[in-house]
Design a protein around this ligand. Sequence first.
Ligand SMILES: Nc1nc2c(ncn2[C@@H]2O[C@H](COP(=O)(O)OP(=O)(O)O)[C@@H](O)[C@H]2O)c(=O)[nH]1
Ligand SMILES: [Mg+2]
Length: 353
Amino acid sequence: MKIIVIGGFLGSGKTTTVIQLGTYYSSLGKSVGIIVNEVGEVGIDGDVISQFGLETKEITSGCICCSLKTTLRATLLLMIENFNPDIVIIESTGVAYPGLIRDEIDLMNLQSAYEIAPLLTLFDGSRFKQIMKEIKNFASGQLKDAEVIAVSKCDLVDPTMLPVIESGIQQMNPKAQIIRISSKDEKSMENLISLLGSSKPKTNDKKEIPLISATGALSMAGGTPSAGSIADSGVGSFATEYIFKNQKTVQKLSDSDCENIVKIIMSDIQKQVLAKSPNFLGHIKLFLENNGKTFKINLTTSEEDPQFEIIEAEVPVSKLKILSAVTGIESADLKQIVIGSIDLVLEKYGIEY
Ligand SMILES: Nc1nc2c(ncn2[C@@H]2O[C@H](COP(=O)(O)OP(=O)(O)O)[C@@H](O)[C@H]2O)c(=O)[nH]1
Ligand SMILES: [Mg+2]
């Protein structure tokens, strides 16, 4: 069994990469199990990934790099017992230190034979400037243990900027191998896969494993004391799910109604979040599942427009799910904004939940 851990800040392209890797390994006839961790109480990426026919388990409400280590162990053991996949891909939350997850797996003493692929951390090339401005220290903490750093979304980056980005990254982690990827470029994914093929080199270096106190507070090896990765990131988060009361009313909505609903909600949230946190970075994902389709809208920075997409999917019940996690805002304020924006639009369309 090979275990691949993928880290990287909120919205950097982890889920997209997990799906591409998972689909690739499946096409080779390998069995693939995916574990997705989300900060919020509602899992979203797990559903997206399983729509690609990949065996997926979700861990929600915290981070597997700090508070949920035992949950990760239990989930991994259960996956091995029930399914024993050839490949396990673990997507960390965007506010995790991926090195801690890899170290934790090393300490688990798993009974079955396994190897850990080189630790992969994504760095969103299209948000380089904002990352360096808003969360440089945190991003650097996320990158410091990576063995492979993939500069993601290269299709959106001005090619003359790429060497600048790469040298900025190399300064934060001089040892890592840096590659460029884009979900739109198959060749770049093949390069990534070939790098993950080689198992983690065994060294006798004693790793500096951060100490965890009884209260769960974490001190970073060689760095400043840390209150845990979520607190370090300065990200506020809120996630929730609405299951509609009158399913028939919702099913009568046309596709363009559904599209409008998610677009109006997102633009309202965006406006209010911008007012509180003008340079925010993070990931706000809103999904409306209705009539065999998922209407998906995403936002990852203060500077971009929301990305809208329709995915064909089996939808047992009509519902709306949102996960928001952004810098520079308190979770309580974000909750108020999200709930307020959704309520307003649902009321306008006469939808009860
Ligand atoms: N243009 C472009 N967009 C991407 C790429 N990878 C991911 N995205 C988009 O970036 C957003 C966040 O991606 P996701 O995989 O959910 O990021 P995660 O939060 O790290 O799991 C989504 O809207 C994706 O469609 C890429 O290589 N190129
Ligand atoms: Mg994700």
